[in-house]
Design a protein around this ligand. Structure first.
Ligand code: AMP
Length: 414
C-alpha cells in the first residue's frame, strides 16, 4: 500500500486560504520597520549549537529541553534556531557591523523551532517577526522598540492588547538580586515545586514563571528586582517609562517579568492579548547589553523583541480569505486559447486574472468564477465578441475585445 504522510507533530502547512492574512501582517511589519529606519536581515535556519548555549543561556528551558539539535556529516553539532537574537548578534559581530554608524537597526521574519508540547498557539515550528537595535544604550531606543510593536499590533487591529513592563537591572544588580532571591527561595523551599527547587542555584528567577500553585503563592511575597535597581538602572527605567507614556502607550509595571532567556538586562517587556487562551503572549523582548560581547564582539548594548506571527493571527481570528481575483475569463471551447492570451495580456498590465483549465462548460466556468471570489467575469462568445459581468450586481455590458486587457486593468483599479 502507498504510504501516506502527515506534517510532523507541532508543525503546520500554510495553505493559500491562510496566506492572505499572513501577507497582511508581513506588509504591515515591513512598512512599520521601513518607516523607522530598520533594514531587513536574514540568517541561516541552523547555527552552531554553542551559539545558543552561550547566547540564550545554558540553564534556560530553551537550551535544556527545547532545541532541535543534530550532528552534520562532519560531526559538528548544529541546532535549528529557537530564537533570532543570538543569530543576529552573531551576524553583527561576524560582519563587523560595529564599524557602521550606530545603532544598527535590523528586523526579521522567519521560522523558528522549539521542541515544546504542541497546543493551541504553541508549535514546534512557528514564525516570528523580530526587531533588534544594536549599538545604543539610550532608553529612547527601548521606548522606540516598544512603541513600534505596540503600533504594529494596533495597526493590525489585534484586540485586547496589554503591555507589561519591567526592568531586570544591570548584570551586577541582577546578580545581587539573584542571591537575595535564592536566600528567600531556600527559606520557603518546602512549598516549591521540584523543578523550581532543583534550579534555585542555577536560575532562581524562573520561579516567577512557574505554574505550580505552592510556588506561585511563595512568589507573591518574594522580593522583586524593581526594588533593587541601582540609581543608574532606575533612571534608565524611568526614562523608558516616560517615553513610552509620551507615545500614548499604556503599560502595567511588572516586577516579576522574567522571560525565558538569560541575556536580558534592564528593560524587559511583554505584550499579551486577552483574546488568546493560555498562550497569551503575543511578543516580548528587552535589552541585552552583554550579549554581543558574550559572542566575541566589542562591548555593545542592544534592545529587541520578537512577536509570534501565529499568535497575532490567532488573536485577530481572521476569517479565511481567498486571494482577490479581478476577473475570471469564461470561454466556449473555441475561444480557450484566446482566453489564455487575454489573461496573459491583462496580467502583464497588472490585473489578477484566472481562467478554467478543467474543461468545464460555460455554465461550470461561471460557477467556478463565483467560487474563486472573482469580482468580474469576462464572458467570451464564439463569434469573438465579449461582455463583462459584475459578479455581485449581475450587471453586464459589452466590451471591445481589442481592449479587454485594458478594461480589466482599469476596472481592477477603479
Ligand atoms: P520568546 O522568544 O519566547 O519571547 O517568544 C516570542 C514570541 O514568539 C512569543 O511571545 C510568542 O508569541 C511566540 N512564540 C514563542 N514560542 C512559540 C511557539 N512554540 N509556538 C508559537 N509561538 C511561539
Amino acid at each position: 500500500m502507498a504510504a501516506r504522510f502527515k506534517a510532523p507533530r507541532g508543525t503546520f502547512d500554510v495553505l493559500p486560504s491562510d496566506s492572505v492574512a499572513r501577507a497582511r501582517v508581513y506588509s504591515a511589519a515591513a512598512l512599520a520597520f521601513e518607516r523607522a529606519g530598520y533594514g531587513r536581515i536574514e540568517t541561516p535556519v541552523f547555527e552552531e549549537t554553542e551559539l545558543f548555549a552561550r547566547g540564550v543561556g545554558e540553564s534556560t528551558d530553551i537550551v535544556q529541553k527545547e532545541m532541535f539539535t543534530f550532528q552534520d556529516q562532519g560531526g559538528r553539532s548544529l541546532t535549528l534556531r529557537p530564537e533570532a537574537t543570538a543569530s543576529i548578534c552573531r551576524a553583527y559581530v561576524e560582519h563587523g557591523m560595529h564599524t557602521l554608524p550606530q545603532p544598527v537597526k535590523l528586523w526579521y521574519w522567519g521560522p523558528f523551532f522549539r521542541h515544546e508540547r504542541p497546543q493551541s498557539g504553541r508549535f514546534r515550528q512557528f514564525h516570528q517577526i523580530d526587531s533588534e537595535v544594536i549599538g545604543s544604550d539610550s532608553p529612547l531606543a527601548d521606548a522606540e522598540s516598544i512603541v513600534l510593536l505596540s503600533d504594529l499590533l494596533t495597526e493590525l487591529g489585534v484586540p485586547g492588547v496589554r503591555l507589561r513592563l519591567g526592568s531586570l537591572g544591570s548584570l551586577e544588580t541582577r546578580k545581587a538580586y539573584r542571591d537575595e532571591l535564592r536566600a528567600y527561595l531556600k527559606e520557603h523551599d518546602g512549598s516549591l515545586s521540584e523543578d523550581v527547587r532543583s534550579r534555585i542555584d542555577s536560575n532562581p528567577l524562573r520561579a516567577f514563571d512557574s505554574d505550580h500553585e505552592g510556588t506561585q503563592e511563595v512568589m507573591q511575597s518574594a522580593p522583586t528586582i524593581l526594588d533593587s535597581l541601582d540609581s543608574e538602572d532606575a533612571e534608565h527605567f524611568e526614562a523608558v517609562k516616560r517615553a513610552v507614556s509620551d507615545a500614548g502607550v499604556e503599560y502595567v509595571l511588572d516586577g516579576t517579568l522574567v522571560r525565558g532567556l538569560d541575556y536580558y538586562t534592564r528593560t524587559v517587556f511583554e505584550f499579551t492579548s486577552d483574546s488568546l487562551g493560555a498562550q497569551s503572549a503575543l511578543g516580548g523582548g528587552g535589552r541585552y547589553d552583554g550579549l554581543v560581547a558574550e559572542l566575541g564582539g566589542p562591548e555593545t548594548p542592544g534592545v529587541g523583541w520578537a512577536a509570534g506571527i501565529e499568535r497575532i493571527l490567532l488573536a485577530l481570528d481572521e476569517a479565511k480569505e481567498k486571494p482577490t481575483i479581478d476577473a475570471f475569463i469564461v470561454a466556449p471551447d473555441g475561444q480557450r486559447e484566446r482566453a489564455l492570451s487575454l489573461a496573459t495580456e491583462a496580467r502583464r498590465a497588472g490585473a489578477c486574472v484566472d481562467l478554467d483549465f478543467a474543461g468545464r462548460s460555460e455554465k461550470g466556468q461561471m460557477k467556478q468564477a463565483d467560487r474563486t471570489g472573482a469580482r468580474r467575469a469576462v464572458i467570451l462568445s464564439e463569434d469573438g465578441s465579449a461582455k463583462i459581468r459584475d459578479m455581485q450586481s449581475g450587471d453586464e455590458r459589452p466590451v471591445d475585445l481589442e481592449d479587454i486587457a485594458g478594461e480589466i486593468e482599469r476596472e481592477a483599479r477603479a
